[in-house]
Design a protein around this ligand. Structure first.
Ligand code: ADP
Ligand code: MG
Length: 291
């Protein structure tokens, strides 16, 4: 990576910088924490939950997009969220990541981090990674460089963009490349990857920042059947080490993931359980078949 390559003015670099901005102490905080980084290791999950939403409400111009929502995700869990269009799935993720503020309710990361009090970069920094539908990769850089950049944007490690990478970083990139099945594509320009490979690369970029919780909104939309299945394998391999919340419509994919399924409808939980149970729930059938 040369300085020349860097000055291309890719806006996404700025986005990453913002996402990874340093957590600064809140005003009035007299404790000697200035400059201390809040690492994801500080998330207190001693009670088993990584994410806890209770009584969350959010209205847009009087329309209740989220209506008394209660959801709890366990550490290491792989949770699927389904529900018809407009059910509030994306709004829920917006609330978790600080993009949207709830009107009322509790949103906690672990036992102690109140997400309604943190900014988007602080939430990302605390260990919540979000993947949007459209991949935000650096198209003109190689696959390897994309992972390198994701690492260098991570202010927890604060590596200079222009410094040579160390062996640990190289190993970490190499492990991530294998994990996302792009180890044979490391030197390829990211813009030339298939749609599915771009999605994996973005997941790899999130992984470089070692998130505790990954939020994935319709990750297999537009993928081939083969790519979808490989994505399922990837997510299953990530569960345990990470917690994952996956919003999807693809039932075969959800079945493959095999985790607990939460059905959202009109901003609330309609049903929760394994896929077969929720699919046989009369209220769920009514919602999906139309009233
Ligand atoms: P889903 O992802 O389940 O399809 P969304 O969370 O995107 O549903 O949307 C839930 C409802 O909230 C929809 O009716 C949508 O139009 C509305 N909504 C979401 N975001 C906004 C917003 N920023 N302003 C106004 N209405 C919104
Ligand atoms: Mg949505």
């Amino acid at each position: 990576m040369t300085p020349d390559m860097m000055k291309a003015g890719d806006q996404r670099l700025e986005t990453y910088r913002q996402r990874m901005a340093v957590v600064t102490p809140t005003s009035g905080d007299r404790s000697p924490t200035y400059g201390r980084l809040k690492t994801s290791d500080e998330v207190d999950t001693s009670h088993g939950a990584i994410l806890y939403l209770e009584g969350v409400n959010k209205a847009f111009d009087g329309f209740k997009a989220i209506n008394n929502l209660n959801i709890s995700i366990d550490v290491g869990e792989l949770r699927c969220i389904i529900g018809p269009n407009g059910a509030g799935k994306t709004t829920m993720m917006d609330i978790i990541t600080g993009k949207t503020r709830p009107d009322t309710g509790t949103v906690f990361f672990g036992q102690t981090l109140d997400l309604t009090k943190l900014t988007e970069p602080q939430i990302a920094h605390a260990g919540i990674g979000r993947k949007f539908q459209k991949p935000t990769i650096f198209e003109h850089h190689t696959v390897f460089e994309n992972l390198e950049l994701a690492m260098k944007m991570d202010k927890r490690v604060w590596k200079s963009l222009f410094s040579a990478i160390d062996d640990d970083t190289r190993d970490k990139i190499s492990d991530t490349l294998k994990r996302i099945r792009l180890d044979t594509q490391a030197e390829r320009t990211a813009g030339l990857l298939s749609h599915g490979q771009k999605q994996w690369l973005e997941i790899g970029m999130l992984l470089m920042q070692e998130p505790k919780l990954l939020l994935l909104d319709e990750p297999v939309a537009g993928m081939t059947d083969d790519e979808t299945e490989r994505t399922g394998e990837l997510f299953k391999s990530l569960a345990g080490e990470h917690s994952l919340v996956v919003v999807e419509h693809d039932m075969a994919f959800i079945e493959q993931l095999g985790g607990k399924v939460t059905v959202l409808h009109e901003g609330s939980v309609l049903a929760e359980g394994d896929l077969a149970t929720v699919q046989n729930d009369q209220r769920v059938i009514e919602v999906y078949l139309g009233r």
